[in-house]
Design a protein around this ligand. Structure first.
Ligand SMILES: NC(=O)c1ccc[n+]([C@@H]2O[C@H](COP(=O)([O-])OP(=O)(O)OC[C@H]3O[C@@H](n4cnc5c(N)ncnc54)[C@H](O)[C@@H]3O)[C@@H](O)[C@H]2O)c1
Length: 258
């Protein structure tokens, strides 16, 4: 049986870890050739090797999403290796729980450079390749913090993820007007059990208490698994979602429903 994204070529950023890694694995399982882009090139190579070991197609490359030159090279590499680009998952991101009164302007800019500028550059250069391929699907990983304010996620993270939410909607409308056949949607994870969240929890004075509190803040009563996000991205990457653009897909255990 053909996979749900058979024949497609997908580039996933931040795919050496957590949600991006699970997404790359899920897309490959369903027939896509995947490009694993990450600033940590060795970890990206390991993730790609694990996919290749299952007989699926994967390539790793160094991609710092804040670098315009890296984006140009990454998109060219995807086209050179696999012939085209159909799917882009702008997943790379960084968390920072610093409260606004303690945040430096430099750190504010770093967070926005990765979480928001990186998505802008991905859309800009990814869409050029998708036009050459006759269309495509861009999935931007925002957060529940891109919909509601969360004191613990903190202001710069919320601000950058809110920017991703709105950038998604505006570009979805632009590409629709331009008749590019490119769809753009955002996915909004709640608290997901990944190295990022584990790092956030470890930074608390009482990590066990923090984990219990974050878990209890999820109406479904548990943290999300990376595959929960991977399945949502798979739907948006596939032609099953051909009438879906500019949408916010919330995958959060009910967190933002209150
Ligand atoms: N884990 C959660 O609870 C949660 C919740 C909501 C949203 N998110 C978002 O999901 C995405 C993935 O998060 P995760 O939990 O898997 O995190 P993670 O830390 O496990 O993985 C993030 C990956 O991004 C890479 N990365 C960091 N900076 C980069 C850069 N400049 N260029 C390229 N790659 C870079 C890292 O090397 C890492 O492999 C992020 O955008 C995050 O904000 C996560």
């Amino acid at each position: 049986m053909a996979g749900r994204v058979a024949g497609k070529v997908a580039l996933v950023t931040g795919a050496a870890s957590g949600l991006g890694k699970a997404t790359a694995e899920r897309l490959a399982e369903e027939g896509a050739a995947v490009v694993i882009g990450d600033i940590r090139v060795e970890a990206a190579q390991e993730a790609a090797a694990a996919i290749s070991a299952h007989g699926q197609r994967a390539q790793a490359l160094k991609l710092d999403v804040t670098s315009e030159a890296d984006w140009i090279a990454a998109v060219a590499a995807a086209e050179q290796t696999f012939g085209k680009l159909d799917v882009l998952v702008n997943n790379a991101g960084t968390a920072d729980g610093t409260w606004v009164h303690k945040l430096t302007l430099e750190r504010w800019r770093q967070i926005h450079a990765i979480n928001l500028d990186g998505v802008f550059l991905g859309i800009k250069y990814g869409a050029e390749a998708m036009k050459r391929a006759g269309g495509g699907s861009i999935v931007n990983i925002s957060s529940v913090a891109g919909i509601v304010g969360i004191a613990e996620a903190a202001s710069a993270y919320c601000s950058s993820k809110g920017g991703v939410t709105q950038l998604t909607k505006a570009t979805a409308l632009e590409f629709a007007l331009l008749k590019t056949n490119i769809r753009v949607n955002s996915v909004h994870p709640g608290y997901m059990d990944t190295p990022m969240l584990q790092g956030v929890i470890a930074a608390y004075r009482e990590p066990e208490e923090a984990r219990a509190r974050l878990t209890a803040s999820e109406p479904l009563g548990h943290l999300g698994e990376p595959r929960d996000i991977a399945n949502a991205v798979l739907y948006l990457a596939s032609d099953e979602s051909k009438f879906v653009t500019g949408a916010q897909m919330v995958v959060d255990g009910g967190f933002a429903a209150r």
